[in-house]
Design a binder for this molecule. Structure first.
Ligand code: HPA
Length: 235
């Protein structure tokens, strides 16, 4: 079975898929945390793996960067590969000085200026919710693991390099946005239109307030708290 961007058999992919942006982070998670791993996709090097975490099946696949990219992969997984749950595990820039590097965020909603949802299905809301069912489970797991979570609305931006970052910070303050990433709004919309579930856990990789940041190597490997929470969603 093959879609335009994924070549795999339906049963090769678990009901729950974790999606980091970077396909090499997907490989790192599979190599480090999963047993009996099989690679189910390598089209465009957007690697996808299925394996077992504590004996339970789970998949992990890169989403690429930005709403168009996660829009394609999440839609194909939900619509054509019987995937029920997608949990994005990504990095974000913090908008609040109360957030430190490596803090973990759970998105209650994603706000965006993006036209993705309107173009896809005339969705007019600029803020879309994550699945309450998935979020409830993720909060319980984080409590069990003693990992503090910052829960709130995040910003899914289409633009990484803005000419006036000050305006963005003002908007973030007015709308009480915790941090900025580039994918969740499209992911949450695709879950809505396909009747599936999506959530997003983020690790703070840089701060737009203090300008502190992590290195690419740290980003690839150091986000273990977020990964441990998400992996417990294996079924
Ligand atoms: N902007 C957008 N996306 C991001 C950022 C950022 O500063 N950091 C990590 N993902």
């Amino acid at each position: 079975m093959s879609t335009a961007h994924i070549k795999a058999e339906i049963g090769d992919i678990a009901k729950t898929v974790l999606m980091p942006g970077d396909p090499l982070r997907a490989k790192y998670i599979a190599d480090t945390f999963l047993k009996n791993v099989t690679k189910f996709n390598e089209v465009r090097n957007m690697f996808g793996y299925t394996g077992y975490y504590n004996g339970k099946k789970i998949s992990v696949m890169g989403s690429g960067m930005g709403q168009p990219s996660i829009g394609i992969y999440s839609y194909e997984l939900f619509k054509f590969f019987d995937v029920e749950n997608i949990i994005r595990i990504g990095s974000c820039g913090a908008y609040s000085k109360d957030l430190n590097l490596y803090d973990t965020i759970l998105a209650s909603d994603a706000y965006s200026e993006s036209t993705y949802a309107f173009v896809q299905n005339k969705e007019k809301r600029d803020t879309l919710p994550a699945s309450k069912t998935l979020n409830k489970k993720l909060v319980e797991i984080a409590e069990d693991l003693n990992i503090p979570l910052n829960v709130g609305t995040i910003h899914s931006s289409d633009v990484f390099y803005r000419e006036s970052p000050e305006d963005t910070l003002k908007q973030a303050k007015a709308k009480k946005l915790l941090g900025v990433e580039m994918e969740s709004y499209a992911l949450f919309h695709n879950a809505n239109v396909t009747g599936k579930k999506a959530a997003c856990l983020l690790t703070v990789s840089d701060s737009l307030v203090t300008n502190k940041s992590t290195t690419p190597e740290e980003r690839q490997t150091a986000f273990t708290n977020m990964m441990k929470i998400a992996l417990e969603m294996a079924e």
